[in-house]
Design a protein around this ligand. Sequence first.
Ligand SMILES: [Zn+2]
Length: 84
Amino acid sequence: MDKFCQSCGMPLNGQDLLGSEANGTKTEKYCMYCYQDGQFKQPDLTLADMIEHCVPHLKENGMTEAAARKLLREHLPKLKRWHN
Ligand SMILES: [Zn+2]
C-alpha cells in the first residue's frame, strides 16, 4: 500500500522519511520535512505556499512547470492537512 505525506504529497516509501509525534514515535501521515515532534515545521504554510514549494521539486524530476502546477492543484487539496 502506497502512503503519501498528507501535507506535501511526497511518497512515504521508507521509515527514514516519516515524521514524528511528540512522544518520538513515527507517524505514517506526514513526512519528516513537514512534521516533527508532533507539530508542523511550518504551521502557517498555506496550500498556495505548499504548491510553490513543491513545483521546483517536480521540475527537478523532469516535469514542466505547467504540468507540475496542474498536478499539485489537483492532488494537494485532497490531502488531510488541506481539507479545511
Ligand atoms: Zn510532507
